[in-house]
Ligand binder design. Structure first.
Ligand code: PBG
Length: 334
C-alpha cells in the first residue's frame, strides 16, 4: 500500500459501501434461501389415533394415518415442495431383523400412498433403514453375538425399497450406512421397473450425539445407543469423501451430509468433488437446541433460524432437511 492511501479516514478499499442498505445487501448476496430448498420431515404413527407431541421436539408431532392427508395438504399449501417420511411402529411388530420394514401394507407404505393421493404436487422421500422396525433400535439385522450384519441388512433394504416404490415414493433415502447398499437398491429398483424412482443417499452420516430427540420420536432405542460400527467417526473427513464418491458411483441421485452445523466443513468438501445435488440434514438435536434457547428467550427465533439454514446453503447445500420447514415456510419468507 502506498503512503498516499494510508492516512486514517482514507482507506483504499471501502467494502462497507455495499452494505449500506437492505436492497444493496440483497443484490450482492452470494447465497439465497428459498422455500423450495426445504424438505419437511413427517413422523407417521400407527400407535396413536391422535396427533401426539414429541417432548424434545417442540412444535413437531407424530401424525396418525387418518390425519396425514390433511397434514400433507397443509404442507403443500405452505409452499413446500417435499416431505421425508418416517414411521412410528407399534412395538408388538418390532423384531430383531426388522421384517415389518418390507410389509407392503406397513405404516410407511400406507403413508406414501396417502400423501401421494392427498397432495399430488409434493415430492415424497422415505427413509430406508430398519431402526424403526427393530426391537433393539439398530439400523441393521443384529446377529446373536451382537454384530450388525451388513449383507443381510442390504437384502432387507432392497426389499423395503421396492415396497416403497410400489406405494409411489419418488425417492428412497437409505440412512443405514451399510456398505454397498446404493448399488444394490439401484439394481433392485431397476429390475422391478422402478428406474424413475431416485435415491437420496445419506452418504456421510456421522455417529452423532444429536439424534436423541429423533430416537424419542420414533421410539428407536435408548439414549446412548452405539452405532459407531456403521455410522462415521466424526474425527474423519477423508472417509466421508470416499462414502460420497462411492454412493455417487453406485448410482445415487443426491448425496446427504448429516448432522448439519457441526459438519459444514464436510459438506463444503463434498461440494468440491461432486456435481450432484447435495442435501444437509439439520437434525433433531440441532432443532431442539434452538427451540430450547428460544423458549428461554435467550435467542431471537427468526434471525437465528434464518442464519442457521442460510449457512448450510452457503456451505454448498442445495436442499436442507429441517424440522423448521413448516415454521420457516410460514414465518421466514414474507
Ligand atoms: C435412523 C435415522 C436417524 C435419523 C434419521 N434416520 C437416527 C439414528 O441414526 O439413530 C436422525 C434424524 C434426526 O436426528 O433428526 N436411520
Amino acid at each position: 500500500m502506498s503512503e498516499k492511501n494510508t492516512p486514517i479516514g482514507h482507506p483504499m478499499q471501502r467494502l462497507r459501501r455495499l452494505r449500506q442498505s437492505e436492497a444493496l445487501r440483497s443484490m450482492v448476496a452470494d447465497t439465497v434461501l428459498n422455500k423450495s430448498d426445504l424438505i419437511c420431515p413427517v413422523f407417521v404413527t400407527e400407535i396413536n389415533t391422535e396427533r401426539t407431541p414429541i417432548a424434545s421436539l417442540p412444535g413437531v408431532e407424530r401424525i396418525p394415518l387418518a390425519e396425514l392427508a390433511a397434514e400433507a395438504k397443509r404442507i403443500q399449501e405452505l409452499g413446500l415442495k417435499s416431505v421425508l417420511l418416517f414411521p412410528v411402529v407399534d412395538a408388538a411388530k418390532k423384531t430383531t431383523d426388522g421384517r415389518e420394514a418390507f410389509n407392503p401394507n406397513g405404516i410407511l407404505q400406507q403413508a406414501i400412498r396417502t400423501v401421494r393421493a392427498a397432495a399430488p404436487e409434493l415430492i415424497v422421500f422415505a427413509d430406508v433403514a430398519l431402526d424403526p422396525f427393530t426391537s433393539h433400535g439398530h439400523d441393521g439385522v443384529l446377529s446373536t453375538d451382537g454384530q450388525i450384519l451388513n449383507d443381510p441388512t442390504v437384502a432387507a433394504l432392497m426389499k423395503m425399497s421396492v415396497t416403497l416404490a410400489e406405494a409411489g415414493v419418488h425417492f428412497v433415502a437409505p440412512s443405514d450406512m451399510m456398505d454397498g447398499r446404493i448399488a444394490a437398491i439401484r439394481e433392485q429398483l431397476d429390475k422391478s421397473h422402478f428406474e424413475n424412482v431416485g435415491i437420496l443417499a445419506y452418504s456421510a452420516k456421522y455417529a452423532s450425539a444429536f439424534y436423541g430427540p429423533f430416537r424419542e420420536a420414533v421410539g428407536s432405542g435408548a439414549r446412548g445407543l452405539d452405532k459407531k460400527t456403521y455410522q462415521l467417526n466424526y474425527a474423519n473427513v477423508r472417509e466421508a469423501l470416499l462414502e460420497a464418491q462411492y454412493d455417487e458411483d453406485e448410482g445415487a441421485d443426491m448425496l446427504m451430509v448429516k448432522p448439519g452445523l457441526c459438519y459444514l466443513d464436510i459438506l463444503c468438501r463434498i461440494r468440491q468433488q461432486s456435481h450432484k445435488p447435495l442435501v444437509m440434514y439439520h437434525v433433531s438435536g440441532e432443532y431442539a437446541m434452538l427451540k430450547a434457547a428460544v423458549e428461554k428467550d435467550w435467542l431471537d427465533e427468526k434471525p437465528a433460524v434464518y442464519e442457521t439454514l442460510l449457512s448450510m446453503k452457503r456451505a454448498g447445500a442445495d436442499l436442507i432437511v429441517t424440522y423448521y420447514a413448516q415454521w420457516a415456510a410460514a414465518h421466514l419468507f414474507l
